[in-house]
Design a protein around this ligand. Structure first.
Ligand code: ZN
Length: 451
């Protein structure tokens, strides 16, 4: 478990967490996942060993808004054998070799006839590309360009032992109740075969966040979704339309393990609390990062931020998918994701949730001129060492801006001070009887969360 002290990770614990996340990614890596099928179920069962998870099955053919839950796809074997009977392309060596949702095939054909069904990357001749054909019946093989160039003219035996049958779409949901029914959504996709940054990194960080939040006092309820991309979020939204308005804040987690800097993509609203929180957390972290505006392409934020829902859901990632060549290829492997990046992604998300939890509005109970802080031991209580001045400044900012209309985030932004410093100042002022949570003044009972 990662401990945080003023946003700084304890090195030993963060190294352990990073290695453990990488180990979990390595366990999930060999599984052949797609948008439906046994690979998704196996993945969810492995997540279920770590966090409480409700696994849902939605029948093929179910209408979900403008879409239909597809047939279930499973594959047991696929290969291309040359005239000598040698497997020159073998699904068992790497599951990326078969195009996802390939229909079954068993025939002999010439290289010329086979070629339109082969996909390779001439610019990256060592990597196997990742291809899918979910909504149009087709079949294909993906192979490294280097391997492709070794194929000689002649006859090949082509086999894809797959099934496309009525079954179901499977997704997992983990719910952590809080003091309030207002929810924070964390969503990640689970539909890619052997790729690490694209899908497995998001899964690992989401699992670690669910574990960390489970043992904390929670003002918000937290909902974690492990879903196939696009069709999964559409299906979930269709089945939960009546309660979606409980979601106050959310993050889609994707590509959170590469060595690049953090990129936060704002929600469609652009200035939602989660957008401001993430910007503050990233600024306070002192790490290089980028904040980009919403655009209707990318991951499941496209569905959560569709105009009929317009949820305050942003996308937390490191290098955007279009900006690294390993994307959607065998180059996105166990070497491409880093323990340190996973841990830092985890820490930033947890800090964002901590900020949301503590972003309250207070009322200064001594608002006519400044109260005498020295007499109450406040300067000493929170200062004393270095940065004394900014700690005093934090106290003065909280007192001055706490007129019942400004949240602690408003104050931290305006003062340009780290949120933790503003939060600590507010806690000290409450302790000294100079500040009161506005929920108290409005008569709302403050319950202790059962967690
Ligand atoms: Zn992808």
């Amino acid at each position: 478990m990662i401990m945080q002290t003023d946003g700084v990770l304890h090195t030993m614990e963060s190294q352990d967490a990073g290695r453990a996340m990488l180990d979990f990614i390595a366990e999930l890596y060999p599984i052949c996942r797609s948008i439906t099928g046994e690979g998704v179920r196996e993945t969810l069962r492995m997540i279920q060993k770590r966090i409480p998870l409700h696994i849902h099955e939605v029948s093929s053919g179910t209408t979900v808004f403008d879409w239909t839950v597809p047939l279930e796809w499973n594959v047991t074997d696929a290969y291309i054998k040359n005239a000598a009977g040698v497997r020159v392309v073998d699904f068992k060596a790497n599951n990326l070799h078969v195009m996802s949702y390939s229909s079954p095939v068993k025939q002999r054909m010439t290289l010329e006839d086979l070629s339109p069904h082969l996909f390779s990357l001439p610019d990256y001749p060592e990597w196997i590309p990742y291809r899918t054909s979910y909504y149009q019946e087709n079949w294909g093989f993906c192979l490294s360009h280097k391997n492709r160039e070794l194929l000689k003219n002649g006859e090949y035996e082509v086999v894809i032992d797959s099934t496309l049958r009525p079954g179901s779409l499977t997704y997992g949901e983990s719910f952590l109740p809080g003091e309030s029914s207002d929810e924070v959504l964390v969503s990640c996709h689970i539909c890619h075969p052997s790729m690490c940054n694209d899908n497995l990194s998001g899964i690992a960080v989401a699992v670690w966040l669910a574990q960390a939040l489970a043992v904390r006092q929670r003002r918000y309820s937290y909902r974690f979704l492990f879903i196939p991309g696009t069709i999964g979020s559409i299906t979930w939204l269709a089945r939960n339309e009546g309660t979606v308005s409980r979601i106050q804040h959310g993050l889609v987690l994707t590509g959170v393990g590469d060595a690049g800097k953090v990129t936060y993509k704002r929600s469609r609203r652009g200035h939602a609390e989660i957008d401001r929180v993430m910007a503050k957390v990233l600024k306070d972290s002192g790490e290089p990062h980028a904040i980009i505006d919403f655009f209707p392409y990318g991951y499941d934020e496209r569905q959560y931020c569709s105009p009929g829902f317009d949820l305050a859901v942003g996308c937390f990632m490191r290098t955007p998918h279009s900006e690294y060549p390993e994307y959607h290829s065998s180059g996105d492997n166990l070497n491409f994701v880093k323990a340190d990046s996973l841990v830092r992604s985890f820490a930033r998300c947890l800090e964002a949730f901590e900020l949301l939890e503590h972003n309250r509005t207070y009322l200064n109970l001594n608002s006519k001129c400044e109260p005498q802080l020295g007499r109450r031991g406040l300067y000493r209580a929170v200062a004393g060492h270095q940065e004394k001045q900014s700690k005093e400044l934090a106290l003065l900012w909280v007192l001055n801006a706490s007129d019942g209309r400004h949240t602690l985030l408003d104050i931290a932004e305006r003062a340009d001070l780290p949120f933790r410093r503003i939060q600590t100042a507010a806690e000290a002022l409450v302790e000294a009887g100079l500040l009161q949570d506005t929920r108290k003044t409005q008569g709302e009972p403050i319950k202790e969360a059962a967690s």
